[in-house]
Design a protein around this ligand. Structure first.
Ligand SMILES: O=C(O)C(=O)CO
Length: 317
């Protein structure tokens, strides 16, 4: 790093980050932790005008009310691949940069998608609960569903969707996808999520969140998936109409769901809590030591590049 460390720019941190990343940030910046402030308004009134950089998680992004208090902002570094919570048009208008952490988390998200799919079909979580609760001597669980030779539908065939498809090939089934544009892949293309859902047994959501993809998976898509179908979401909660999904899993409109993401994280509608045909995880698709270390390194690399006047390694804007 070539810049003068005695001149530490002010950075606003919006959520807890890995201790090693926080230490790396503190080495380079005067860090202001908004999430620890008792009075966020007063905190921003005091520090907002000095802030040149923001470090944030993809689930928080940059709330508009916070961004509006940062007139000197130069860069938003997201510790995550999703940038749906950062207003890119506003970034372009005001001239600040946005960077994310693509690629380094692709394998982990794809791995979790496979894990969730198996967990849902083979009732892994329910089986674990059955044994722990001492229920096994009293009887077996109802039968689950087979994973191998299923029809797998992937909504969104970007980096993560493709990594999921690659892993699914090991299960000797068929793979279909719906994406914004046809891709040069050996998988069957469908014109819409509804058409894909009507064909597949397992519908896996891997598309980016945006205003256009909000509630892409709605009542009619779930109805098309049908009573033997399973929905898996490792993308963003906003892609799924959560009320329609809850209704579908409660009433057997679909067989089950496995969800790592929710519309109003970390709050999950209570209706899901007691359902045995639903697997719930706390947005942990990239949450491994290895990947979080790689993501942290990319956050720092983007910030270092910006303040050294170099091209960002992984720019969004
Ligand atoms: O990095 C992200 O945006 C994720 O949501 C990973 O799960």
């Amino acid at each position: 790093m070539s810049r003068d460390l005695s001149m530490k720019p002010d950075l606003l941190q919006l959520c807890p980050l890995m201790p090693s990343l926080e230490a790396d940030l503190a080495e380079r910046f005067t860090v202001h932790r908004l999430h620890e402030a008792a009075d966020a308004e007063a905190f921003l009134a005091t520090h907002g005008s000095a802030i040149k950089a923001v470090a944030t998680g993809g689930h928080i992004g940059l709330p508009p009310a916070v961004g509006a208090r940062l007139p000197a902002l130069e860069i938003v570094a997201i510790n995550g691949v999703g940038y749906d919570k950062v207003d890119l048009a506003e970034a372009r208008r005001r001239g600040y940069r946005v960077a994310n952490t693509p690629d380094v988390l692709t394998e982990d998200v794809a791995d979790l998608a496979i894990g969730l799919t198996i967990a849902a079909l083979r009732q892994l979580v329910r089986g674990d609960g059955h044994v722990r609760a001492g229920q096994w001597p009293k009887g077996d669980l109802p039968l689950g569903r087979k994973m191998s030779r299923k029809k797998f539908g992937i909504v969104g065939l970007g980096r993560i969707g493709r990594a999921i498809a690659k892993r699914l090939q090991a299960f000797d089934g068929e793979i279909g996808y719906a994406s914004r544009s046809p891709q040069d892949v050996p998988y069957r293309a469908f014109e819409s999520p509804a058409a894909l859902a009507a064909w597949c047994d397992v519908l896996i959501i891997a598309a980016a969140a945006s205003a256009e993809t909000r509630h892409l998976i709605n009542g009619p898509v779930l109805e098309a998936l049908g009573p033997k179908g399973v929905l898996v979401n490792v993308a963003r909660g906003s892609l799924v109409d959560e009320k329609a999904l809850l209704h579908a899993v409660q009433h057997g409109q679909i067989a089950g769901a496995a969800l790592d993401v929710f519309e109003n994280e970390p709050h999950v509608p209570e209706g899901f809590h007691g359902l045995p045909n639903v697997v719930l995880t706390p947005h942990m698709a990239s949450a491994t030591h290895e990947t979080r270390a790689d993501m942290a390194a990319l956050v720092i690399a983007n910030l270092d590049a910006h303040f050294a006047g170099r091209a960002l390694p992984t720019p969004v804007v």
